[in-house]
Design a protein around this ligand. Structure first.
Ligand code: FES
Length: 167
């Protein structure tokens, strides 16, 4: 017959074992969280072929759950040697479409050639530079690499590095 002492030590052993096993599972679960899955790594890079875009066309794509504005500049749009992404001899504006004030998504108004933020009236020109209202800085440029006529978002190519050095 088991004494209350031996019952207590058995309970302690059983609890300790459950806790240890539980702890091991937690560690495995945490390790899985630390290691990005291959699909997640691949999802961080998005390739866009710019060759079909028309002059003045704006394309919005999603990269890492953020909107990215790609604007193919037309002849009337001011060039910006520090911010333009030049592919061949064509200048593009490539920016993260989140207002640098509080993160709303600005809308492009082609007739005014402005990105307008409805939240507090901020405005950005066709190079993504803040020209009116509370935004404190231009729209951010995502890391990119140029590969022929393609834009690879999520990788830092020499053009992006040079741009960041000069910023
Ligand atoms: S969030 Fe765009 S102006 Fe405030």
């Amino acid at each position: 017959m088991a004494t209350s002492e031996s019952r207590r030590s058995f309970m302690g052993f059983a609890f300790g074992t459950v806790a240890a096993v539980g702890g091991a599972f937690s560690l495995v679960a945490m390790k899985k969280t630390w290691d990005p899955l291959p699909s997640v790594k691949a999802a961080g890079v998005t390739t866009v072929d710019l060759s079909g875009m028309k002059e003045g066309e704006l394309r919005t794509i999603e990269w890492r759950k953020k909107p990215i504005f790609i604007l193919k500049k037309d002849a009337d749009m001011a060039k910006d040697s520090k911010r333009d992404v030049v592919v061949g001899d064509v200048a593009y504006t490539v920016v993260i479409g989140l207002c640098t004030h509080l993160g709303c998504i600005p809308a492009y108004a082609p007739s005014e050639k402005l990105f307008k933020c409805a939240c507090h009236g901020g405005e950005f020109d066709t190079s993504g530079k803040n020209v009116f209202g509370p935004p404190p800085r231009p729209l951010d440029i995502p890391p990119f690499r140029i590969e022929g006529t393609k834009l690879v978002l999520g990788e830092e190519g020499p053009e992006y590095k040079k741009m960041m050095e000069e910023a």
